[in-house]
Design a protein around this ligand. Structure first.
Ligand code: 2HG
Ligand code: ZN
Length: 454
């Protein structure tokens, strides 16, 4: 390893001075994660504008023996995108390639740095749509979403990010550029690089561009909020709606703690009975108006439940705001302990009660806020004021989730937050296999060290 004093100059020769940030004030927004929980110092932040610049940056870092953290919109929640140990932060936000939409293939090629909202708007201009959507859409980048295999609210219909990535271009730890952006849906030519890199959290390569599958842009939506007596009732309703609603697009969950908090935060009254035991936000989308379909299904399958149905764009936006603003509302109060888990639906209600019990026992003064994506049994367990109990809460909740057949991360990734738990979830043999892949692609462990694999 050589002294790295010359590294900023070498990086500036690749990307120009203005995109090599050494000043602590300029670096700071890249050094702390969105929640304020994860923070570290970056040696330097570099912002390449295209794939060959990324490649040259990676080669320069390798030359100086310096590790790299790739960062997109810095909306990650598990500490996977911020520095820990004076790494170089490679910000991908200037990778803004945006090809014309390929309507025949229903695909588009975009740079890793475009936000989800930008890709959505670009696709819609051609009558198509991005399948993945979540609240951080205006900042989260496509590269980051692919790297974490992000999910969001429409997974019930279209799957997670992995299912959208038809082609990928990436830079390996040695600076080589690999992948294909042809996006052919049929290709049996060995291991599928898009699948390998989706969910690899920046540990195997830096994703620079993706070829995305697009879906139809459904102009007509119908949105309803339903208050149910319990989470168990919500799961039962979900089972019925899957059959009754051919245009079902999302089924989201707010437990009462989340509804109370977000109503307080937005200054809105709860649109349905505030004393409900679970709130479900349902959206259908289609080429023709799915409103009748939704109203009929709810009157048949949830006749006694309080229901608020959006009648225009404003009321729809107000309902969606309730779900979209929970994360912001939580952070407004403090820095939470976040556990993003998924539990088989048959176990979800009982397990959620047990999780509530664990937190009440370990941190009686904590404030627990549960919400998530009902359709996938994906619960976002947020604990405010966990204090010293954070470690014990993490241990007990994740252990319970694994015992119930669930996963310790559904869509946020493992990051640094859960890397020590990976072996409990995957077992020693699988972690060893993952380690061998990492070793083969990144033998010096320079790409996002400490993330995913402990
Ligand atoms: C969401 O579903 C995001 O809104 C964030 O995944 C979840 O804040 C969280 O825990
Ligand atoms: Zn989520």
């Amino acid at each position: 390893m050589s002294s790295d004093d010359g590294l900023p100059a070498e990086l500036a020769a690749i990307v120009d001075d203005a995109n090599v940030l050494t000043d602590p004030d300029l670096r700071s927004r890249y050094e702390t994660d969105w929640t304020g929980r994860y923070h570290g110092e970056a040696r330097v932040v570099v912002r390449p504008a295209n794939t060959s610049e990324v490649s040259a940056v990676v080669r320069a870092c390798a030359h100086f023996g310096v590790a790299i953290v790739a960062q997109g919109g810095n909306t990650g929640l598990v500490g996977g995108g911020v520095p820990r140990n004076r790494e170089v932060v490679v910000s991908t936000t200037r990778l803004n390639r945006c090809d014309a939409v390929d309507i025949a293939a229903s695909q588009v090629t975009v740079g890793a740095g475009l936000t989800l909202a930008q890709v959505r708007d670009h696709s819609r201009a051609s009558g198509l749509d991005l399948a993945v959507d979540f609240a951080a859409r205006d900042s989260a980048t496509i590269g980051g979403a692919a790297a974490t295999n992000a999910g969001g609210s429409r997974v019930i219909r279209f799957g997670t990010m992995r299912a959208q990535v038809a082609g990928i271009e990436a830079v390996l730890a040695n600076g080589e550029i690999v992948g294909s952006l042809a996006g052919l849906p049929k290709a049996t030519v060995g291991l599928h690089l898009p699948s390998l890199l989706s969910g690899s959290e920046g540990t195997l390569a830096i994703i620079t561009a993706v070829r995305l599958r697009l879906v139809p842009w459904y102009r007509h939506t119908a949105t309803a909020l339903v208050g149910l007596p319990s989470l168990g009732d919500a799961v039962e309703l979900l089972a019925k709606l899957r059959r009754a609603l051919p245009h079902l697009d999302s089924v989201e969950l707010l437990m009462p703690s989340a509804m109370t908090l977000v109503c307080e935060f937005l200054g809105h009254p709860c649109p349905v009975d505030a004393a409900s035991g679970a709130f479900v936000l349902i959206e259908c989308a289609g080429d023709s108006d799915p409103m009748d379909e939704l109203i009929n299904a709810l009157s048949e399958h949830a006749p006694d439940s309080g229901t608020a149905i959006a009648t225009d764009e404003t009321s729809r936006a107000n309902l969606i705001a309730l779900r979209d603003n929970v994360t912001v509302a939580i952070n407004h109060i403090g820095v939470p302990l976040k556990l993003d888990v998924a539990i088989p639906l048959a176990e979800l209600a009982q397990s959620t009660r047990e999780i509530e019990g664990i937190i009440a026992r370990l941190a009686p003064t904590a404030r627990l806020i549960n919400f998530g994506h009902l359709a996938e049994g994906n619960l976002h367990v947020n604990t405010l004021f966990a204090g010293d109990a954070a470690g014990a809460i993490t241990d007990e909740v994740l252990q319970l989730v694994i015992e119930r057949g669930g996963v310790i991360s559904a869509e946020h990734g493992i990051g640094v937050a859960k890397s020590h738990w990976l072996v409990v979830q995957r077992g020693a043999a699988e972690v060893e296999a993952l380690r061998s892949i990492k070793q083969a692609l990144d033998p010096s462990n320079v790409l996002n060290p400490g993330v995913l694999l402990p």
